[in-house]
Structures are given as C-alpha cells and as structure tokens.
Design a protein around this ligand. Structure first.
Ligand code: TMP
Length: 215
C-alpha cells in the first residue's frame, strides 16, 4: 500500500444515537483546526457502493435478505469504498470521517444477524486491504432516548426508509449491548461517547479524546 498520510476516523452506534449531527460537528471542528476532511458513510461512499447500499436497504419485496447476503453486499461496497475513495483521500493527507464501518458489520450481521465471528471476520478482512480506523467514536445512548429521537425524525419527514427504525424496544436494547461488547473487544481504538447529552457536550468529549490522540 502507498504511504498513507491522512487519518481514518469512524463514527459508530445504534439507530437514533445522533451520528449525523455529531459527524458534521466533528468535521467543522477539525476543519477549523486546519485539517482537510472528507466525509463518507457506509454502506456506500462511491456511486457503485451507494447503488449497493440502495439494494441492501430496499431489497425486492417477497425476497427476505439473509444476513450472509447482507455481509457480502456490504463487503463488496466496502472494498470499492476503500480502494476508490478512502485510501486515495488519505494518500493526499486528508482525514476521512466515516459514518459506520466494519464495526457495524460485526454488530448487525454478527451479533444481531447470527453470523459466527470466525466466518464474519474472514469476509471483513478480505474487504479491508489492511485498512484499520485510527480512532472510532461509539455514540452510546439510552435506547429509550434513541427511540424518541427516531420518532421525532420520522415525524419531521427525515426518514431514509430504514427497516431497523421501527424495530422493537427489546431489539434496541440488544443492539446497545452488542455495541458495548464490540467496544470491549477493541478498547485501544474505540472511544465511547455519552450520546444522551446535547450535541455540543458530545463534541466537547470527542475533542478531549482527540487531544489525547495528539490532534
Ligand atoms: P444509516 O446509514 O442510516 O445508519 O443506515 C445504514 C444501515 O445499515 C443501519 O441500519 C445499519 C446497517 N448496516 C449494517 O447492517 N451493516 C453494516 O456493515 C453497515 C455499515 C451498516
């Protein structure tokens, strides 16, 4: 792999935890400190990867998508995203902020979807080309607060037709538990932020982490 000069920061968490607002605030903060930022998201991030995202999020009716199918679709999109967008940006010294990445696959297709970890990690690894986030922010939120935010978002019409948004309360609790287990697995990389707080307080905590990280 050519010399990489930029950084790769991922932003993860369950549904309704405030990732979009946080990502924009973090971008503004980093840009005001002179960093060149590229924003991206998964699944997706390039035209081809976004076409796969659309298939993943809106599969044809009467053909339930299997966790394994999700895993391969997402991994195909990820390979394209890494090779055509993330790595080229980092080679130019830019910092890439990515809304969701491989930890989401570990949670949604692994812990929630039931794909065994050894099988899952092999597929994840084959799409990564050696890339690993320098830092991951996990937005952790009380599921009842997250559910309220999702309700407000859909009342405001800001809904990207997410099939998980209407999941049960129990599902949101299991999702949060799965996220905290992933954070336990990668403590050197994943920093948990208390996303029950207002957005400016979440950003303040992230800025402290970045300072420890030398930014
Ligand atoms: P979002 O971009 O609106 O967060 O929607 C993306 C959805 O895709 C979200 O429900 C989580 C899901 N997802 C997976 O199931 N596996 C993955 O690897 C990724 C990146 C996302």
């Amino acid at each position: 792999m050519p010399e990489i000069k930029g950084k790769f920061i991922t932003i993860e968490g369950g549904e309704g935890v405030g990732k979009s607002v946080f990502s924009s605030a973090l971008r503004d903060h980093l840009e005001s400190n002179g960093r060149k930022i590229v924003m991206s998201h998964e699944p997706g991030g390039t035209p081809l990867a976004d076409a796969i995202r659309n298939l993943f999020k809106n599969p044809p009716e009467n053909d339930d998508i299997l966790p394994e199918t999700e895993l391969f679709l997402i991994s195909a999109a990820r390979a394209q995203h890494i090779g055509c967008k993330i790595v080229p940006a980092m080679e130019q010294g830019k910092w890439v902020l990515c809304d969701r990445f491989a930890d989401s696959t570990r949670v949604y297709q692994g812990a929630m979807g039931g794909i065994p970890s050894d099988q899952l990690e092999k597929v994840i690894l084959s799409s990564l080309k050696g890339l690993k986030p320098d830092l991951t922010f996990l937005l952790d939120c009380d599921p009842d607060i997250a559910i309220k935010r999702i309700e407000v978002r859909s009342l405001g019409g800001q809904n990207d037709s997410d099939r998980y948004d209407s999941a049960s309360r129990d599902w949101h609790y299991r999702l949060r538990k799965a996220w905290l287990e992933i954070a336990d697995r990668f403590p050197e990389r994943i920093h948990i932020l208390n996303a029950n707080q207002p957005p400016h307080d979440v950003l303040r905590d992230a800025v402290k982490v970045l300072a420890e990280f030398g930014v």
